[in-house]
Design a protein around this ligand. Structure first.
Ligand code: NCD
Length: 360
């Protein structure tokens, strides 16, 4: 893994459009060094990651294969710095590290770290980089992972940073697992193109939708339908990107009317932790933005239902056993694609590929 320095002032870097930031974040072979936002990934890289994840999960099926994987990155340590709640992202990253033999450390509660004593986040992250070789971070603040990547890259111990969710803005590795799930689901149905993806729920504050909507623009003729109550509709910056890229999209509050057109329905929960004043979300009627048995009856037979999870009541438990319910498999796909991402970040995809070719 080559060292990566940012020869650019923070003010200048932060003002760049995301696509112009991308070259600073990638390794010379096109693999990600820092993973900060969805805009870093094109379809070539996405397909490479998905193929690597498939190889890793095939290798991991045997004890000998799993042991081989566990020897790959034993010389690196990872730090999980999660100052926001998490179950799946945290545990799937821990598991991904374990699959590759990467020992992990964690800070999940900043009230028991030195941040509580007034240490700046810059100093905290530099501290982590003294002990670890990768930082996987989740924060409520937009842009913090990016700033930390810049700080670390210009320090005497540059190490990669993976954004595991930043505010309401981005969740690039969730989008990777969502794309991986779509690729696997449509593999036999001709691939990820000419499909209609319906997003439903709190689209304004759901970062997973923002990242996935962008990643989908890498695939030809993917129509995007945004279903939400008016106050929670997708933000205009996402729509501007879709317009710029010539992607067909629709906004509606009539969920049932669009379900028959869907190849994938992507449900999200109310993100009321972002309410500005007390309980404003509670005043919004979300009763028509839930997926139950009546909605299931409208869903085409080959379509899939996705959810980044956690769910509240926006998908009825009665749906879980339907073969189109993909969210539990989607969650497990997250562990494999995150393993592939870490393997690529540390440059061991070739060794894994060779092992796969010789043994599978
Ligand atoms: C999502 C998140 O944190 O943005 N959770 C996850 O990582 N699977 C979705 C959510 O919390 O609603």
């Amino acid at each position: 893994m080559a060292k990566k320095l940012f020869n650019i002032a923070w003010e200048e870097f932060s003002a760049l459009p995301l696509v112009e930031k991308t070259p600073y974040l990638m390794q010379p072979d096109g693999s990600p060094y820092h993973t900060l936002f969805a805009q870093q990934f094109d379809s070539v890289l996405l397909d490479k990651l998905a193929a690597l994840a498939n190889e890793i999960r095939a290798i991991a099926k045997t004890r000998i294969g799993a042991e081989y994987l566990r020897q790959q990155v034993t010389h690196k340590r990872a730090m999980l710095y999660f100052s926001q709640p998490s179950s799946r992202t945290f545990l799937s990253f821990v598991s991904a590290c374990q699959i590759l033999g990467v020992p992990v450390g964690e800070v999940r509660d900043t009230s028991i770290s030195s941040e509580f004593k007034g240490e700046s986040r810059e100093d905290s992250v530099r501290t982590f980089s003294s002990y670890f070789d990768l930082i996987i971070m989740r924060t409520p603040e937009k842009g913090l992972a990016e700033h930390m990547a810049w700080v670390i890259s210009n320090s005497d111990r540059p190490i990669p940073i993976i954004n595991a969710g930043s505010g309401k803005d981005q969740h690039p590795t969730q989008a990777l697992l969502d794309i991986y799930t779509l690729l696997r689901s449509f593999d036999r149905g001709g691939g990820l193109h000419d499909k209609t993806v319906v997003f439903c729920g709190d689209l304004l504050r759901g970062r997973t939708v923002r990242s996935l909507s962008y990643l989908l623009t890498n695939y030809p003729r993917i129509r995007q339908i945004f279903v939400a109550p008016d106050p929670l509709q997708i933000d205009t910056d996402v729509l501007d990107i879709l317009r710029e890229k010539g992607v067909e999209f629709v906004q509606t509050d009539n969920f049932r009317s669009v379900i028959p057109e869907a190849d994938a329905v992507y449900m999200t929960r109310m993100q009321d932790e972002w309410d500005n004043y007390k309980n404003e979300s509670a005043a919004i009627d979300t009763s028509h933005f839930k997926f139950g048995l009546e909605e299931l009856a409208l869903l085409p037979p080959r379509a899939i239902i996705m959810h980044p999870l956690p769910r509240r009541d926006e998908i009825a438990v009665a749906i879980d056993d339907d073969p189109r319910a993909m969210y539990w498999r989607q969650m497990r796909n997250g562990m494999w694609i995150r393993t592939a991402l870490i393997a690529m970040t540390f440059g061991c995809e070739r060794r894994i590929h060779d092992y796969y070719c010789h043994n599978n």
